[in-house]
Design a protein around this ligand. Structure first.
Ligand code: NAG
Ligand code: NAG
Ligand code: NAG
Ligand code: NAG
Ligand code: NAG
Ligand code: NAG
Ligand code: NAG
Length: 798
């Protein structure tokens, strides 16, 4: 290796001045060849930055392009699918214009030729890192930039349908398990591939642009973006790149499935070079918890779990008692180091020699075959140990999940609950506990990825039925019950003491409403899960049954766009509800302040809320009317998915509070006119509030705004109708180019909002209809004026 460096260095020293004076590429003429037996088996670019040829690799050679001026000679392209060749191999630009790679016995194993049968006249390694075949007219007819492997560089573009494939491991350049594809519609998506076939699993990252993309561009200044048909661009990162004058840049789909942009200095001021490239940004941000869909092992192999190390790179670790299938490739998965538990046919089952090992903050969200709601850790552990089909169990706030082989898509991230792994206790002894007591910064959060929620919602009813039967049977067999059986079915019952401790004496207030206060809490018993504890201040007194019925009705709702109720406390005068903690707080903070969500995110949020409300109105066992839809009651989870909070509370409050002296439960500016008119309150009140909020989401301004100076009040909903009629909605936008460029969507959303805020409730569409309108699934007709003067005196429709 050292001699290679030496030769390279001498070669550059000798050749560089020549190249610089020539200021052009050195033509590789027809008939020229290089063999990996010769001293410098490569061609360099005139600037010396890049070399193309044989790169020594583990006693063999790769036909590749690499950075040749810096000590970190990173490969950016390989021929022959990354398979190395032996000594004696030769690369030749044959007189017929084919670039041919042959082994020592003359067998051709790879070739490149003009795409359109033109006659190739010469080849050249360009200063950009592109190796090109030219016609006599200097036209490109084949280029490494058009046939990328895992890397793109400045001045390189990826056309529709083209892809990057990761290599297998750090040192193995053959094709790996990950692909980055610019889909036909211009969306950039990352996939895992079901090897040995080429079939793609579900994407684990998507750029989700609403416009048609045309190319993925790495431009000369170091920006990477998708160009759009409409003329704009969709940047993959908002970070400003370093200068391409001073830094080499590349973006690689790495063997761990992450797409990273890298930089490396071109000049070393004091004679020392950095040891490696620096990462400027990466996608996806946390590949460990990315949603890999239904099939495949995820980023790590089966029976292992993924953890982000301190450098933000994923590491794959084996379950306790398991070892790597291939220690040289930790991404390949793990196998148990012990003989599986035998399935005896008689009770009691053979449990001798097996035990459950605790692995905090981990989960394998996809391998569940059974769920027991509200069961505690001890029960869960015992149940898995006795079940010969059970490989591991998971205990979260809501209960106990049993998991089967092989465990897939596992990850470690704080606050996800505790996993219990079944191991032979002889092998367990040898496992150093520090193996999983990782040194990750504890940033405790409670994460239930959307996919899991969805999966759970499908099976929840079946499991609940099973639970009822199972508890019945279990009771007869054993007296060792340590769990508390809740009345609400799937909710956990907390004691006041527990919640007092969790909230540290109700210390950190997250929010306060007219009838309740919300505090941040941390469940120490559940490895520090974060929760939001809502204390109801004015509830119906002494009516336990009603409280229980309401709480259990809320507990039965389960949908992606709702904040999940986890449990409650009903002790003497104390009435508390325990919810999932939502990391990003309320939507209000992202609409009217300096932090503004992007246009596409806002559209997704509006659609999410509509879907959540449609579910509450139509898909629950008993209809739930929210009565207080406003941005403060929409929370955002860690992926900025909208989650409706505070629903189902209307009936928990004293009945006279639904219509108080101020008239209403609800908030000024969002309440439907029927509240003031002694008309029946239906789900259409939520549709009205949604319409007002939709306008606020679209225009990022409050419905009722006091103009400073004079006391004039501007009502957004009135303005929206006016500007809609004049076809000048863009005038209501302030500093919002994205929305302005998407005028058509803006107009149709405003039309939906105008339908929602019709004064006559019967004219307002149902939330289901609203969802369809927002999705573009149905035609939206022209809305009439929301406040026809004729309606103001109409008597209520009863
Ligand atoms: C390379 O070949 C082309 C076409 O034959 C020619 O125009 C050009 O001058 C050559 N360049 C050098 C450096 O020889
Ligand atoms: C040439 O060598 C390759 C291995 O490098 C071998 O697979 C192939 O059979 C050989 N062909 C001939 C004709 O000997
Ligand atoms: C994208 O392209 C498809 C097919 O060409 C077309 O139907 C659709 O309207 C385009 N979408 C946008 C936003 O341009
Ligand atoms: C590269 O893209 C950025 C952002 O789109 C743009 O500002 C810059 O001018 C582009 N540079 C070149 C050389 O095209
Ligand atoms: C050289 O410079 C780099 C940064 O410019 C610095 O990190 C490094 O310590 C320096 N090395 C020496 C030997 O001075
Ligand atoms: C697995 O077993 C092998 C030998 O049987 C032993 O060398 C290794 O340390 C064991 N690994 C673990 C994780 O127990
Ligand atoms: C292994 O399991 C058996 C039966 O469960 C138990 O008696 C024994 O103490 C365990 N051994 C260890 C080292 O934990």
């Amino acid at each position: 290796m050292a001699s290679f460096f030496h030769h390279l260095f001498c070669f550059l020293l000798l050749q560089l001045p020549l190249f610089i004076s020539a200021q052009t590429y050195n033509n590789i003429t027809l008939g020229t060849s290089i063999s990996n037996l010769q001293e410098n088996p490569y061609w360099t670019s005139p600037s010396g930055d890049f070399a193309f040829g044989f790169y020594p690799h583990q006693n063999l050679f790769l036909l590749a392009t690499w950075y040749s001026k810096i000590p970190v000679r990173t490969i950016v392209w390989t021929a022959n699918d990354g398979k190395p060749v032996e000594r004696g191999a030769k690369i030749q630009l044959i007189s017929n214009g084919v670039l041919s790679l042959t082994t020592s016995n003359g067998t051709e194993i790879w070739k490149a030729e003009a795409i359109d049968n033109s006659q190739v006249a010469y080849a050249a390694m360009l200063n950009t890192g592109n190796f090109v075949l030219f016609t006599a007219e200097s036209r490109f007819v084949w280029a490494t930039f058009d046939n990328p492997t895992d890397t793109i560089m400045p001045n390189q573009v990826l056309d529709l349908g083209k892809k990057l494939s990761s290599r297998l491991t750090k040192e193995d350049y053959t094709i790996g398990r990950f692909e980055l594809v610019l889909q036909g519609d211009g969306n950039l998506e990352f996939y895992t591939i079901a090897r040995p076939t080429d079939s793609r699993n579900d994407p684990y990252y998507g750029s989700n642009i609403n416009d048609n993309g045309t190319q993925l561009v790495f431009n000369q200044s170091g920006y990477i973006y998708i160009t759009l048909k409409s003329g704009g661009v969709h940047s993959l990162s908002s970070a400003r790149p370093l200068s391409t004058e001073d830094y080499y840049q590349r973006a690689t789909l790495d063997y761990d499935g992450v797409f990273r942009q890298y930089t490396y200095t071109k000049v070393s001021a004091n004679g020392t070079w950095p040891e490696s490239w620096s990462t400027s940004w990466s996608l996806p941000q946390d590949i460990c918890t990315s949603n890999f869909g239904e099939f495949g092992s995820g980023v790590c192999g089966f029976n292992s779990y993924c953890r982000l190390a301190e450098d933000q790179r994923p590491v794959c670790l084996c379950l306790p008692g398991y070892s790597y299938l291939d220690p040289t490739n930790t991404f390949k998965g793990c196998i148990p180091n012990f003989t599986q538990q035998a399935c005896g046919t008689v009770e009691p089952r053979i449990v001798d020699g097996f035990e459950m090992q605790r692995l905090p903050s981990t989960n394998w969200p996809m391998g569940d075959y059974e769920r027991f709601l509200s069961m505690n850790e001890e029960w869960c552990s015992e149940t898995c140990l006795k079940d010969c089909l059970c490989a591991a169990a998971h205990i979260g706030v809501r209960g106990c999940w049993l998991k089967k082989f092989p465990l897939s898509r596992g990850y470690m991230t704080s606050g996800t609950g505790v996993s219990l792994i079944k191991v032979a206790n002889s092998s367990a002894e040898r496992i150093p506990r520090t193996a999983y007591n990782g040194n990750i910064e504890e940033d405790k959060k409670w994460i239930i990825p959307g996919s899991i929620l969805l999966a759970i919602s499908v099976v929840v009813n079946l499991l609940f039925l099973f639970l009822v039967i199972y508890i019945g049977c279990y009771k007869k067999k054993t007296k060792r019950q340590t769990y508390t059986r809740p009345f609400g079915g799937n909710l956990r019952s907390f004691t006041y003491k527990e919640l007092n401790e969790a909230t540290d004496g109700f210390k950190e207030q997250l929010g306060k409403g007219a009838f309740s206060t919300v505090y941040k809490g941390e469940l120490k018993s559940d490895s520090g899960c974060l929760v939001a504890v809502k204390r109801l201040d004015k509830v119906v007194e002494g009516n336990d049954k009603e409280f229980q019925a309401e709480v259990s009705a809320i507990g039965k709702t389960n949908q992606k766009y709702l904040v999940q109720l986890l449990g409650f406390c009903n002790e003497e005068a104390h009435r508390l509800l325990v919810y999932e903690f939502m990391k990003n707080g309320s939507l209000e903070n992202f609409l009217f302040g300096s932090l503004r969500l992007k246009w596409n995110q806002r559209i997704q949020i509006a659609l999410g809320i509509a879907r959540g409300l449609a579910y509450l109105h139509e898909d629950c066992s008993s209809q739930i009317i929210h009565c207080d839809i406003k941005p403060q009651n929409i929370l955002l989870d860690e992926s900025y998915v909208a989650r409706i909070s505070d629903f189902g509370l209307a009936k928990l409050l004293k009945s006279d509070q639904t219509r108080t002296t101020t008239g209403i439960r609800g908030t000024r500016g969002y309440v439907a006119p029927e509240w003031f008119r002694n008309m029946p309150i239906t789900a259409k009140v939520d549709v009205y509030s949604f319409g007002i909020m939709l306008l606020e989401i679209l225009f990022c301004r409050k419905n009722v705004e006091l103009k400073v100076g004079d006391e004039e009040i501007e009502i957004l909903s009135d303005l929206a109708y006016e500007y809609y009629q004049q076809k000048e909605l863009h005038l209501l936008l302030v500093n919002d180019e994205e929305a302005k460029n998407d005028g058509k969507s803006l107009e149709s959303m405003v039309m939906v909002a105008l339908w929602c805020i019709q004064e006559d409730p019967s004219l307002r569409p149902s939330m289901k209809k609203v969802t369809q309108m927002l999705e573009g699934a149905v035609e939206i007709s022209m809305p009439p004026s929301p406040n026809p003067s004729s309606f103001s005196n109409i008597s209520p429709i009863v």
